[in-house]
Ligand binder design. Structure first.
Ligand SMILES: O=c1[nH]cnc2c1ncn2[C@H]1C[C@H](O)[C@@H](CO)O1
Ligand SMILES: [Zn+2]
Length: 386
């Protein structure tokens, strides 16, 4: 065996490898069993499409697998319905941090829309505080189980609604207590990010950070607006930047002005491969633009989007990419460092995560082949080996 093949990570190594997650929705990552528990406690059980955990998990994956972002988004009515109390939000946030840590995620930015959790009378502030406390609890439980994770919240405003400025102000108020930035999400077609310019301008004046879901269901104009009108620090998905890249028959690659800008300015792309297959932005893993974007050295990152609706995790996303593109631990490290460089926490903390957590973690995994080879050699008889 060559060191190259030995460098192809096993499923177990993928799970152990330190991973960074920038795009994960809190209301898209609940455990099916928790949805059922919470629904029972609030009288929502009769409205659930299934009341057995495995069947409910499958229902979410199938319902989200329609090829349309609008249909995909309809499934969130059920998760948001059971996330309306302090206790429910605390539990969901704590389990989210625990599940990510169990999967080897060391740093995550998890987003949700506070305005979708007010039906039972909570205030926006109470929602944010319950989720923050849940994340802290999940981090504590993970530590007790020998895992380390840090979770920051991103506050999302829904693009079809009109509360973006209010949510941006909320994100700013909690910026030193658990909230690391702002986002807008929801159906893209018909709801351009420029509807919420007041929120983005406010955040820029406050020197705060934001990402915008753009270039997922809608193409280049949406990405252009998010960057050049709104000033987004990162692109949620951004996968359709591929529409501005031409590969000629003889293999020559040409970048249009917008694709060049995105690459030159090192704009992070929060790519979510499985989610993109479900909403129709790509047809298969090998055809997913992440392969070309990685080769062209865009600031590409790997993300889950909605672990429940996509039946995925960071490890599963990497397994698919390793299968499709033959990636090694070096590729995994590259995506992970890209993620950490693009996080919204202060530069010195990002650097420390890269140098003290991510690089040593990959160095340890990459060195394992040396010892595997020693073990293999010592199993053969002396005559055979020499
Ligand atoms: O992939 C997505 N694109 C646009 N909006 C999304 C996506 N995944 C989740 N959302 C929406 C539905 C959730 O209720 C909301 C806040 O997390 O964000
Ligand atoms: Zn998303």
């Amino acid at each position: 065996m060559t060191s190259q093949t030995l460098n192809t990570p096993t499923a177990e190594q993928i799970r152990r490898a330190p991973k960074v997650l920038l795009h994960d929705h809190l209301d898209g990552g609940l455990r099916p069993g928790t949805i059922i528990d919470l629904a029972r406690a609030t009288g929502y059980e009769a409205s659930l499409p299934e009341t057995e955990p495995d069947k409910l998990g499958l229902w979410f994956r199938e319902a989200a697998d329609s090829g349309s972002l609008e249909r995909y988004l309809e499934t969130f009515a059920h998760t948001c319905a059971v996330m309306q109390t302090r206790e429910a939000l605390f539990r969901v946030a704590a389990e989210c941090a625990e599940d990510l840590a169990e999967d080897g995620v060391v740093y995550a930015e998890v987003r949700y829309a506070p305005e979708q959790h007010l039906e039972a009378g909570l205030t926006l502030e109470e929602v944010v505080e319950a989720v923050n406390e849940g994340f802290r609890e999940g981090e504590r439980i993970a530590r007790a189980n020998g895992r380390r994770i840090r979770v920051g919240a991103l506050l999302t405003a829904m693009r079809h609604a009109a509360r973006a400025l209010e949510i941006a102000e909320l994100a700013n108020r909690y910026r030193d207590t658990g909230v690391v930035g702002f986002d807008i999400a929801g159906a893209e077609a018909g709801f351009p990010p420029t509807r919420h310019l007041d929120a983005f301008e406010y955040l820029k004046r406050e020197n705060n950070h934001f990402t915008i879901h753009a270039g997922e269901a809608f193409g280049l104009p949406s990405i252009w607006q998010a960057l050049q009108w709104c000033g987004a620090d990162r692109l949620g998905h951004g996968v359709r930047i591929i529409d501005d890249i031409t590969v000629t028959e003889d293999g020559e690659i040409r970048l249009g002005r917008l694709a060049s800008y995105v690459r030159d300015k090192r704009i992070p792309l929060e790519l979510c491969p499985t989610s993109n297959l479900q909403t129709g932005a790509a047809d298969s893993y090998p055809e997913h633009p992440i392969g070309l974007l990685r080769r062209l050295h865009f600031r590409a990152t790997v993300n889950t989007d909605n672990r429940l609706m996509s039946g995925t995790s960071m490890s599963v996303e990497f397994e698919h990419l390793i299968d499709a593109f033959g990636y090694t631990l070096d590729d995994m490290q590259w995506f992970t460092v890209n993620g950490m460089k693009s996080a919204f926490i202060p530069f010195d903390e990002r650097l420390a995560m890269i140098n003290d957590v991510i690089k040593p973690g990959y160095a340890e995994l990459k060195s394992e082949w040396l010892f595997r080879q020693t073990a293999a050699t010592s199993e053969t008889s002396p005559e055979e080996s020499w």
